[in-house]
Design a protein around this ligand. Structure first.
Ligand code: SAH
Ligand code: F3S
Length: 481
């Protein structure tokens, strides 16, 4: 189920909500948390759960028994926002039956639409942006005292470094660790720098500690999360600075991304390290060298290209040309010949011509991506693109180009999977396959999902699996001794 599983996870993350399971004992009040959007949001919901736990709440997966509902929202594309609005209307009707129910909007939409939610639409009681989650318990009390509560202040320092996230939605094998927040890149299509604020890195000691504790609790894979992990740089805290602008003292104690992954990878050779997302403009050879030195850093890089045409990339303010992107691809293939590469693609960005679109198609073929996340351009208020360019590609054309890109990627994924037939991979067993009780699913280092008959192994084990067959979405194999 390579892309089925991944698609499901992606859809779950992008579209369908992820509801965190019930935890904790006792008679405290209950909070129900629903997450939309990226992995960072999912990870943030675990931080929110932890903050609420500390204040006597327990999480519930049952919306009918809860005292508080938090909906952690995504603003990346318009349809993500529409889904959340629909959901808020449903919560509002729930409130008719339960007047004391508190409903809060968290995350990127909160940042974008605070007044609208509270004043015009009266849909919610609380609006809290991504940097203000520590204030949630106070804000809930404020609402219980009859007030509306808002905190959408963005911070230059907050990384929630000291908060131990409550792991609620996962499989007990694989967990996310947030290593930085915000983004300073200002890609012209992207709302994230506005909703999540300035880029700042988290103290590496706390990251390593969190990974160690997860390993000791039985986890076997951590994914380090940031909007632009290659620009991770710890120098004592605060908003991002370039290495060259650090003082001598700061330079001496600084930790960059390559050093960070080497520290996390040293915890145990049985702990797999993944990370996302890389940015082609910042990805260094140093990171690739460290990856090559540690077999437990997974052979998988998600390197969003967005477009295969240099003029479009310039309008997108991505900071690299097609040739510079290809240079990074060649570097990956040089240091890590067995590395899988996936990407993000946007079709129909402002002014995109048929020729420019054809360049995206040709780049996809040239790289031979193993997997891709593909989107139609969706104009976001206040972004550079919205202010500077016309959203002039008709929706049908965006859709047709998207379809072409998806069809090509399905073929490329199938070819990539076919090349794996006959190979033996080390697979981390994650759990029972959704389609067949008699099978497990797990992933290889390249992040491909493999299903295989269960035999005598357990989730969390590493097993050698030979690939016998595949679809464009999944590798199908059996355990070999
Ligand atoms: N650096 C981030 C990017 C977050 S957005 C990361 O960690 O992945 C994820 C993807 O959504 C982007 O790479 C881009 O392909 C897509 N995207 C962002 N803004 C978009 C928009 N306005 N319309 C369509 N797709 C968009
Ligand atoms: Fe968005 Fe570009 Fe940052 S896609 S999250 S502005 S790297």
């Amino acid at each position: 189920m390579f892309d089925i599983e991944k698609k499901e996870i992606k859809e779950e993350l992008q579209g369908k909500p992820t509801v965190l399971a019930q935890t904790g004992e006792g008679l405290g009040k209950k909070v129900f948390i629903e997450s939309y959007g990226c992995q960072m949001n999912f990870s943030d919901s675990e931080i929110v759960a932890s903050i609420m736990h500390e204040n006597g709440y327990r999480t519930t997966a049952n919306i009918y028994e809860t005292d508080v509902i938090f909906i952690n929202t995504c603003a990346i594309r318009e349809n993500a926002e529409q889904r959340v609005r629909q959901r808020l209307k449903e919560f509002k009707s729930l409130k008719k039956h339960k007047p004391n129910l508190v409903v809060g909007v968290l995350g990127c939409m909160a940042e974008r639409l605070k007044e609208k939610f509270l004043e015009e639409e009266k849909l919610v009681d609380i609006v809290v942006g991504p940097d203000a989650y520590r204030s949630l318990p106070d804000l809930v009390s404020q609402v219980e005292d009859g007030q509306k509560a808002v905190n959408v202040l963005l911070s230059l320092e907050e990384t929630y470094a000291d908060i131990n996230p409550v792991r609620l939605g996962g499989n007990g094998i694989s967990a996310f660790i947030s290593i930085m927040r915000g983004c300073d890149n200002m890609c012209s299509f992207c709302v994230v720098p506005f909703t999540r604020g300035r880029e700042r890195s988290r103290n590496p000691e706390t990251i390593v500690q969190e990974a160690k504790e997860l390993y000791e609790a039985g986890y076997r894979e951590v994914t380090l999360l940031g909007q632009n992990v290659d620009s991770y740089l710890w120098f004592g805290g605060g908003p991002k600075k370039e290495f060259k602008n650090l003082s001598e003292e700061e330079k001496k104690n600084s930790v960059n991304f390559a050093q960070l992954i080497s520290r996390v990878a040293s915890i145990s050779k049985d702990l797999r390290i993944r990370y996302t997302t890389s940015n082609p403009r910042d990805m260094t050879d140093e990171v690739l060298e460290v990856m090559a030195a540690y077999p437990n850093i997974c052979r998988y890089i998600h390197l969003p290209v967005q477009s295969g045409n240099t003029a479009v990339l310039e309008r997108m303010n991505r900071g690299y040309s097609r040739e510079e992107y290809m240079d990074r691809i060649h570097a990956i293939k040089k240091y890590l010949p067995d590395c899988a590469i996936s990407t993000d693609i946007i079709t129909g960005f402002c002014g995109e011509t048929e020729e420019e679109h054809a360049d995206t198609i040709s780049l996809m073929k040239e790289v031979g991506f193993d997997y891709a996340y593909m989107f139609k351009y969706s104009e976001r208020p206040n972004t550079l693109a919205q202010r500077k360019y016309k959203d002039d590609v008709p929706d049908e054309v965006k859709g047709r180009r998207l379809q072409e890109v998806i069809e090509l990627q399905t073929q490329l994924s199938l070819e990539s999977n076919k090349r794996d037939i006959g190979k033996i991979f080390e697979v981390l067993v994650e759990g029972p396959s959704k389609k067949n009780e008699a099978e497990y699913y797990g992933r290889n280092s390249q992040n491909k999902v493999i299903v295989f008959p269960k035999e005598n192994v357990k989730p969390g084990n590493y097993v050698s699996v030979r690939v016998n067959d595949c679809t464009s979405a999944t590798l199908i194999g059996e355990i070999v001794r």
